[in-house]
Design a protein around this ligand. Structure first.
Ligand SMILES: *[C@@H]1O[C@H](CO)[C@@H](O)[C@H](O)[C@H]1NC(C)=O
Ligand SMILES: *[C@@H]1O[C@H](CO)[C@@H](O)[C@H](O)[C@H]1NC(C)=O
Ligand SMILES: *[C@@H]1O[C@H](CO)[C@@H](O)[C@H](O)[C@H]1NC(C)=O
Ligand SMILES: *[C@@H]1O[C@H](CO)[C@@H](O)[C@H](O)[C@H]1NC(C)=O
Ligand SMILES: *[C@@H]1O[C@H](CO)[C@@H](O)[C@H](O)[C@H]1NC(C)=O
Ligand SMILES: *[C@@H]1O[C@H](CO)[C@@H](O)[C@H](O)[C@H]1NC(C)=O
Ligand SMILES: *[C@@H]1O[C@H](CO)[C@@H](O)[C@H](O)[C@H]1NC(C)=O
Ligand SMILES: *[C@@H]1O[C@H](CO)[C@@H](O)[C@H](O)[C@H]1NC(C)=O
Ligand SMILES: *[C@@H]1O[C@H](CO)[C@@H](O)[C@H](O)[C@H]1NC(C)=O
Ligand SMILES: *[C@@H]1O[C@H](CO)[C@@H](O)[C@H](O)[C@H]1NC(C)=O
Length: 592
């Protein structure tokens, strides 16, 4: 009970939820306490410091329902500041809870901070993850899933079970060492392995060292499970597959897909999917679950970046053995991966979070109001530092977060001069944001001139992935766009030497981060923000005022009250108080 009576507090949360459900039509609350701390773990057989959440690595899955008000009290027991972000959660009414440096002050070491947001009109599979200090390379992540309300039918039979699997490449180096090497101008190099649910590979052959703990997923024969797979890694796309089993793809980042079978699927960093997997094999043995590096060079060393877990039927007759199932055999045919990506389409007749078809927004017939081309190149040296860019600008975070600066009429902390297209001028480091138009319908063309495949993510929104190809994007490329059933999601891949085009309706006010998810490139500045304000509303009422507990920093640091937090004394008091509350609520609940 390190953090003011964790268990009691969660229990109260559940009681409150039930109580509110009876007493008013308001949306329920779900409370979570997440404590971030270092623990020693050896996922690849080498002891190292990882970031645990409530002493677990990876952290617990947060499981809520559409429209819930989510309250997450984060305790930062690391030795450096922390910010938690929720990729894909379309925070409404401003970016105060988004948890990235351009919009939120970091939570200092040993402080706690409470996030509160509503998962309005959303369903699907997401995750939480630290957004600063390269901490993602050390952990601190966990699944975040939004189940549909009972009144909204699923576009498939209710699965017999719901399983969350995090996959990711992994370094045995400390996250501080990794970031120090980037600071020193050195690229990270090859990861040391890949993890599945925080664990190293099953010893499938002699290339895997002894003594590594692997993950086992237990299932019953004949049943169908919803398996949600999230790539929480640093920068490597992983090909996911389960030996002898079809992966029926059903959801991508909060949108139901047209259901299709895949024998394997490329999952890029930051992406998440739900598969429906039927346990239809004879269980003559266990089966391999594999997540192996994709789009990397042919050097044999990359073989080590292979996560292997075990799918164990309750009637299994033996251990898995023999070679791993093969990855796609697409050799030099780079169209295979693009075709696979574009084969992921929306099910336009399925209900998402609301009882109307999720594809009823006819995006294909709406006129585009603004076009942005974002081009990235391999990291370059600017002012003697290794940096990464979009359109020649390597982003520097303002000392004072943008929304706070606006609220306090602070001038000059950022600029609204981000160029709409790549500029023919020397690269610079700057605080440049995109001055986007509220309710604009924009096209963003992502051009990857880097040598590695990248993921692009936009906070606060889902966008339609309408086109993707190798080669140069031209206006004629628009002829190839999918204007009917493109998947809406929040993270898309952009192949090296290629482009990806997305369409997005800017109906969510706030200051929203656009970034590469590749952690090294992001750390080096390949990001910017879209500032979207409701100009017609002079008071900017569409965006909430800062929350009462907003943290101050930069030019507004003097507003910040110190946090006196003695965990030892508080934990006893709090749990006493909470015990009383539990009894009160239990009594009320029984009376109802
Ligand atoms: C820190 O946690 C305490 C105990 O739950 C809570 O009362 C307080 O509001 C939290 N502080 C912030 C800034 O969230
Ligand atoms: C699309 O959703 C509908 C409605 O739930 C469902 O009946 C249908 O099977 C789905 N189609 C595909 C191809 O996934
Ligand atoms: C999430 O909660 C729902 C019930 O609300 C449950 O059916 C489902 O199994 C849970 N999923 C996970 C991964 O815990
Ligand atoms: C393959 O990639 C790794 C890591 O990026 C690099 O260290 C190595 O030199 C590359 N090998 C070849 C043959 O390009
Ligand atoms: C281990 O398996 C990998 C992937 O299946 C294969 O490339 C490699 O040659 C195997 N190594 C040994 C020592 O058998
Ligand atoms: C997917 O594969 C399963 C067998 O595992 C099959 O029963 C099902 O019909 C296939 N579904 C589709 C949509 O192809
Ligand atoms: C189970 O299936 C495997 C692969 O299809 C087959 O080789 C094996 O003979 C089957 N075993 C039994 C006991 O039916
Ligand atoms: C889109 O633009 C075309 C030509 O510029 C115009 O004719 C059409 O009415 C516009 N459509 C909408 C829905 O505004
Ligand atoms: C941002 O865009 C709005 C609307 O197009 C415009 O009125 C405003 O002047 C722009 N601001 C800056 C600083 O460019
Ligand atoms: C990057 O751009 C240059 C100049 O346009 C081009 O020659 C090169 O092929 C591009 N490389 C990639 C990987 O896109």
């Amino acid at each position: 009970m390190s953090f003011f009576g964790l268990h009691f507090y969660c229990f109260v949360g559940i009681c409150l939820m039930m109580f509110c459900g009876f007493c008013s039509g308001a949306d329920p609350f779900a409370h979570f306490d997440l404590e971030f701390s270092y623990v020693t773990a050896s996922p690849l057989g080498v002891p190292q410091q990882v970031i645990a959440v409530n002493r677990n690595f990876p952290g617990p899955t947060l499981n809520v329902t559409t429209n819930y008000n989510v309250v997450v009290n984060v305790k930062n027991n690391l030795d450096e500041s922390l910010l938690l972000t929720w990729p894909g959660i379309e925070m409404r009414r401003g970016s105060w809870q988004d948890g990235v440096l351009g919009t939120n002050c970091p939570i200092p070491a040993h402080w706690n901070w409470t996030y509160q947001f509503q998962v309005k009109d959303q369903i699907g599979s997401y995750y939480y993850v630290p957004s600063i200090n390269f901490q993602r390379a050390a952990g601190g992540f966990g699944g975040f899933i939004i189940t549909n309300r009972k009144v909204i039918p699923l576009p498939f039979n209710t699965p017999d079970g719901d399983i969350v699997i995090t996959i990711g490449d992994w370094y045995t180096q400390d996250h501080k060492d990794l970031r120090a090497s980037l600071d020193a101008g050195k690229e990270l190099g090859m990861p040391d392995g890949a993890l599945i649910n925080g664990k190293g590979p099953f010893k499938y052959n002699s290339s895997v060292p002894d003594g590594i703990e692997h993950e086992t997923i237990n299932v019953d024969p004949g049943k169908t499970y919803r398996i949600r797979v999230i790539n929480v890694g640093v920068s490597t796309c992983l090909n996911f597959r389960i030996q002898s089993h079809n992966l029926l793809l059903a959801e991508a980042e909060g949108h139901y897909t047209s259901q299709q079978n895949y024998s394997s699927l490329d999952i890029h960093v930051g992406q998440s999917y739900s598969f429906l997997v039927t346990m239809d094999q004879n269980a003559s043995s266990d089966y391999y679950i594999v997540a192996s590096a994709r789009f990397v060079n042919q050097s044999a060393e990359w073989q080590r970046v292979t996560g292997v877990a075990i799918l164990h039927y309750s009637n299994s007759k033996g251990r898995a053995s023999g070679p791993l199932p093969d990855p796609p055999n697409d050799g030099n045919d780079n169209s295979f991966a693009v075709n696979q990506a574009m084969s992921i389409r929306m099910n336009n007749t399925a209900s998402g979070a609301r009882p109307n078809p999720q594809g009823s927004f006819r995006y294909g017939s709406i006129n585009v109001t603004d076009v942005y081309v974002l081009r990235n190149v391999p990291p370059i040296t600017i002012d003697g530092k290794l940096r990464a860019t979009y359109n020649g600008i390597s982003f520097m975070n303002p000392n004072t977060p943008v929304g706070l600066a606006d609220n306090y009429k602070l001038k000059g902390s950022y600029k609204l001069d981000f160029p709409n297209t790549p500029m023919n001028r020397p690269p610079t480091m700057d605080r440049s944001l995109i001055n986007a138009t509220y309710k604009g319908f924009v096209e963003i063309v992502l051009e990857n001139n880097d040598t590695v495949v990248q993921s692009f993510h936009m906070d606060g929104y889902s966008f339609f992935v309408v086109g993707m190809a190798y080669g140069e994007w031209t206006e004629n490329s628009r002829g190839s766009y999918n204007r009917w059933d493109a998947i809406a999601r929040s993270t898309t891949q952009v192949f090296p030497g290629g482009w990806t085009a997305i369409l997005v309706y800017l109906d969510n006010v706030g200051v929203w981060n656009l970034r590469t998810v590749n952690l090294d490139r992001w750390y080096l500045g390949q990001e910017t923000y879209m500032r979207i304000i409701d100009a017609e509303d002079d008071d900017q009422k569409a965006e909430d005022a800062p929350p009462d507990n907003v943290l101050f920093c930069g030019a507004l640091a003097h507003f910040q009250k110190p946090q006196r937090f003695s965990s030892a004394s508080l934990s006893i008091q709090e749990s006493l108080k909470l015990n009383v509350m539990i009894m009160v609520f239990a009594v009320i609940y029984m009376m109802l």
